[in-house]
Design a binder for this molecule. Structure first.
Ligand code: 5GP
Ligand code: MN
Length: 342
């Protein structure tokens, strides 16, 4: 049955004090996914709701300092407990993703549950039919900014505190590339000014997220930039394809490849950068662009993915080599198509 997603205000009318709330995000959460869910968690927790955060998978070490992160349940590592909470939930808030396929093994459970599902997200082409109500706004810098808006909309702004501000700052800082991307609107800076009023330690938040790796990760980056980077000047594109052997040799774990896709964009003239990583069960793509390359459409059309205009991801079960070949072919076709449209 197709129906339209209702406006998010309905939450304030229908949420009862005894209702059980689960908050979840996309697999392998980034700072925006983790920061926005934890901020919303604190907001409900302070009001006495039964609320829990479930992540579809594990998360990077550079998120392990966030206030409340110790209470987050890893669906894969703690499956029985996570399922108990999911099956008992009256409301499921889905943050920083807009399709259940982004929740890995939780996907079929989310589809099957009849609880009220609420969407708060800023990615393109939401699967609105899967949600009872929510907000989807691609103009928003981050889901963290949307959670801030949600708190204001609730009329309970007085519940904002240092922990919530810290989580929200981490999310928006990360999703705007430290306030650099075009998504950094005046309202982002106004919000950040408010958040700083709570005495957050913003230099520490930057350090916790950006300077929190081990030596092996830097050596790994040196290795892949030397041996795995291919620059396709004729397409203003660069690609880094990382075989499993590199991952094993450098003991690379969740979060260690974060940000790597951006390095080739520092080359003059390079408009798009692609990163391909050989993971256990699939090959994972990341795409980033500077200005006019539409990463979302590209990922959606060729690699079962999506995301934003300048940042998207995708995946495939084909081999690394097959993926690289498909990528080169796709790039040619895509560029030809876009040039024809201009
Ligand atoms: P990343 O490259 O950091 O994994 O993802 C970049 C952006 O694309 C993020 O906003 C992420 O949510 C989105 N994204 C990554 N992988 C996928 C995917 O497989 N499908 C969709 N729809 N979006 C993705
Ligand atoms: Mn986000």
């Amino acid at each position: 049955m197709h129906r339209f997603m209702k406006e998010i205000n309905i939450v304030f009318e229908e949420l009862k004090p005894e209702d059980r709330i689960v908050i979840t995000m996309h697999q392998k959460p980034d700072p925006d996914a983790m920061g926005s869910t934890l901020a919303l968690f604190h907001f409900f927790d302070k009001q006495g709701y039964q609320v829990i955060v479930i992540s579809p998978t594990n998360w990077a070490d550079f998120l392990k300092w966030m206030p409340g992160v110790e209470k987050v349940i890893d669906f894969e590592a703690n499956n029985t407990l996570a399922k108990e909470y999911l099956f008992a939930a009256d409301w499921i808030f889905c943050l920083d993703h807009n399709h259940f396929s982004r929740t890995r093994h939780m996907e079929s459970i989310l589809f099957s549950l009849s609880s009220k599902k609420v969407l708060i997200d800023h990615h393109r082409e939401p699967d609105t039919a899967s949600f009872y109500c929510g907000i989807s706004d691609i103009r928003k810098s981050s889901t963290a900014e949307m959670v801030y808006d949600f708190i204001l909309l609730s009329g309970k702004k007085e519940l904002l505190d240092r922990d919530i501000a810290t989580c929200l700052y981490a999310g928006v800082m990360s999703d705007t590339g430290s306030f650099r991307f075009s998504s950094t609107t005046p309202s982002v800076h106004f919000m950040v000014a408010e958040l700083m009023g709570f005495g957050i330690d913003h230099p520490r938040i930057h350090t916790n997220i950006l300077d929190n790796f081990q030596e092996n990760r830097l050596r790994f980056i040196g290795h892949v930039l030397t041996h795995r980077l291919e620059v396709l000047y004729e397409h203003n594109t660069a690609i880094i394809a990382i075989p499993k052997s590199d991952i094993l040799r450098y003991h690379i774990k969740t979060g260690d490849t974060e940000g790597l896709v951006n390095y080739p964009l520092s080359i003059q003239g390079i408009e798009m950068a692609a990163l391909l990583i050989d993971r256990d069960e699939e090959r994972k793509w990341s795409f980033r662009s500077k200005e006019t390359f539409d990463c979302n459409t590209f990922a959606r059309k060729y690699f079962r993915g999506g995301g934003h205009y300048n940042a998207s991801g995708g995946r495939s079960t084909d081999s690394l080599e097959e993926n690289v070949n498909q990528f080169k072919k796709a790039l040619k076709e895509f560029n030809a198509l876009t040039i024809n449209q201009k």
